[in-house]
Design a protein around this ligand. Structure first.
Ligand code: SF4
Ligand code: SF4
Ligand code: SF4
Length: 265
């Protein structure tokens, strides 16, 4: 009903968009993030009308305006389903590293003999699973929420901005900026590799603040100098394998890397 879709904020009517969440090849950890923080869940639900969310409800509807798509695309049936979602949604949001760049799933694209790997892993119970693609390799994407998993705050902020028609600003600067603001000692000082200088901020330097190097789950910051990043890591004595593993882990840097750095398998 129209009444249920309009709330007021400071006396101003606010439209409640119909929102749907969909998962493709993924661990569903990004969706879980949305449900995780009970302290803001009710506020979030008052902003939107959720009509599809398999982790949280049984009802399903094809009538939605914003589709949050989690996961990478690996099968023909997923392509068909994703195209249908794209057709239904006014705004399609790629949610998380898997959706944005293939995420950890795209590591399987390294293997040169996927059929042999499938035989090894699944034996007599083969599964239908092809090369990993990001959502935007299949359909147009309007917005991206980076991270593995995404931060619930960022998802809620994005939904609020869509609801009130405010522009959405994603940090373009690198994680190092947040790390310095948090007054951390640089992990390179402790002999730990870190992709903070080239990775998009927005996680409040979560890993370095917990004494772990950044693996680049939010993908590249704007105008990064990847060659220089690689040189710095080499100067600190990290092997080519260590550097490549880190840069390839979530798939965000693949388009910036030289093809010869990929290892195959
Ligand atoms: S981005 Fe990470 S947390 Fe989200 S679905 Fe992919 S693997 Fe899971
Ligand atoms: S620990 Fe990582 S993110 Fe922090 S300053 Fe050093 S390189 Fe940058
Ligand atoms: S520090 Fe790097 S790997 Fe860790 S959450 Fe932030 S972007 Fe992701």
């Amino acid at each position: 009903m129209a009444e249920s879709r309009t709330r007021t904020y400071l006396g101003v009517p606010m439209y409640r968009p119909r929102v749907a969440f969909f998962e493709f090849s993924s661990c569903e950890g990004c969706q879980l993030q949305i449900l995780n923080n009970e302290s803001t869940l009710l506020d979030f639900l008052s902003l939107v009308e959720v009509v599809n969310f398999r982790e949280a409800m049984t009802e399903q509807s094809e009538d939605y305006e914003i589709a949050f798509v989690e996961g990478s695309i690996t099968r023909d049936d997923e392509i068909k389903r994703l195209k249908r979602i794209r057709k239904n949604a006014k705004t399609l949001v790629a949610m998380g590293s898997c959706a944005c760049f293939g995420g950890v799933n795209q590591l399987k694209n390294r293997f040169r003999n996927p059929a042999g790997v499938k035989r090894e892993v699944y034996g007599a119970h083969p599964v239908d699973s092809g090369p990993v693609r990001a959502v935007e390799d299949v359909v147009g994407v309007d917005l991206r929420i980076y991270g593995c998993p995404v931060s619930k705050d960022e998802v809620e902020k994005m939904v609020l901005h869509i609801a009130i028609g405010k522009s959405i600003v994603v940090p373009k600067y690198p994680v190092c900026m947040e790390c310095k603001r948090n007054e951390n000692i640089c992990l390179f000082e402790f002999g730990e590799p870190c992709l903070g200088p080239v990775t998009r901020a927005g996680c409040d330097s979560w890993c370095p603040s917990n004494r772990a190097g950044c693996w680049g789950c939010r993908g590249p910051a704007e105008d990064v100098n990847l060659r220089q990043m690689i040189r710095i890591m080499e100067e600190h004595g990290f092997s080519e394998e260590t550097i490549t593993d880190r840069l390839e882990c979530f798939g965000g840097f693949l388009s910036l890397m030289k093809p010869e750095r990929g290892k195959g398998g």
